[in-house]
Design a protein around this ligand. Structure first.
Ligand code: NAD
Length: 306
């Protein structure tokens, strides 16, 4: 692979939309496909409004977010073949389930031209568990973005036993080209680099709340105060999507076989109720104005009183 000139993104959810925007704003043509026509239509509507909204609110500059460049480089395709046929790189961003990702990669292998790279934005699944669903394991790799892509401008690049050095080099170079700092995962690892660190925080904070030791608000207050961050782990889980967090935790538990790795009821019960975080308007907090963004949040609140 000389240089990546055309990209396709599979899955137009939270991450697929962001990845496509980041690529288009850097002047690289990108096609977005989703198996659900409603999700594709929603992504198209949301993306058109996102940049306009930021510019109008003074949250972004036209130099950083040239709406005309984005519009000229971003397209939506309801047909998978049309989305990926000319792509040098396809990034899948479908839900975090091994069998689903294997099916999607197998499908992509059939539609994509020889030599095209098939990358996964999986949060935890090693490419070795997916690559043999294709006839091109050498061109399969982990290419893991963070949410939101533009505020957390890292991308982790990792291969399995079969991934060629050329594939890794092309992804490292492409990560830089689209304004991100590529981090090389030198050895296969479930959760890659930062997600392993985040995973430890997530697992422990969920247990602290699930076992009744503290409210999720107080855990976030502690975290925000200690690390001087505008958001704690529960606010961040809401942003990621609690269903996505649950799927990731279940993958870790399946890999380890350790029941203590399973996501606790404080998380799974919310998912079962359909409280998935920002995307449904309610998770650990309520949206669009979650309590942790209030200026008084760090002073404490009623929920901490007995
Ligand atoms: P999401 O649920 O918001 O979106 C997934 C999209 O995939 C949906 O629109 C769905 O219709 C579509 N889809 C499902 N099956 C499909 C198929 N067979 N073909 C095409 N499209 C299909 O999920 P998300 O939060 O965007 O996560 C996607 C991936 O990115 C997961 O692997 C997740 O672990 C990873 N990830 C998520 C975050 C995050 O903060 N949400 C961050 C980094 C990585």
């Amino acid at each position: 692979m000389e240089r990546i000139e055309r990209v396709a993104v599979i899955g137009a959810g939270t991450m697929g939309r962001q990845i496509a925007l980041q690529i288009a704003r850097h002047g690289v043509p990108v096609a977005v496909y989703d198996a659900d026509p409603a999700a594709l239509a929603l992504a198209r509507r949301a993306q058109a409004g996102t940049i306009r909204g930021w510019l109008a609110a003074g949250l972004a500059t036209a130099e950083d977010w040239p709406a005309d460049v984005v519009a000229a480089h971003l397209r939506y395709e309801a047909d998978l073949g049309a989305a990926v046929r000319d792509a040098d790189l396809v990034i899948e961003a479908v839900p975090e389930r091994v069998e689903l990702k294997r099916a999607v990669l197998g499908q992509l292998d059939e539609y994509c031209r020889e030599g095209a790279i098939l990358a996964t934005n999986s949060s935890s699944i090693r490419i070795s568990l997916l690559e043999d669903a294709t006839a091109r394991p050498g061109q399969c790799a982990n290419f893991h973005f963070y949410n939101p892509v533009w505020d957390k401008p890292l991308v982790e690049v990792g291969g399995g036993g079969a991934t060629t050095p050329e594939t890794i080099a092309a992804l490292l170079a492409f990560g830089r080209r689209i304004g991100l700092l590529p981090l090389r995962v030198r050895r296969e690892s479930t959760g890659f680099i930062f997600n392993r660190v985040w995973r430890a925080i997530k697992k422990e904070t969920l247990k602290v709340v699930d076992s009744g030791v503290a409210s999720h608000e107080d855990v976030d207050r502690a975290f925000m105060t200690m690390y001087q961050t505008p958001q704690g782990p529960f606010g961040l889980m809401d942003e990621i999507g609690l269903d996505v967090v649950r799927d990731i935790e279940e993958h870790y538990a399946r890999e380890s076989g350790d029941p203590s790795d399973l996501p606790p009821p404080v998380l799974t019960e919310r998912v079962a109720r359909g409280d998935l975080g920002v995307k449904t308007g309610r998770g650990f907090y309520q949206y669009p104005d979650p309590a942790y963004k209030s200026p008084d949040f760090l002073r404490g609140g009623d929920e901490t009183e007995d």
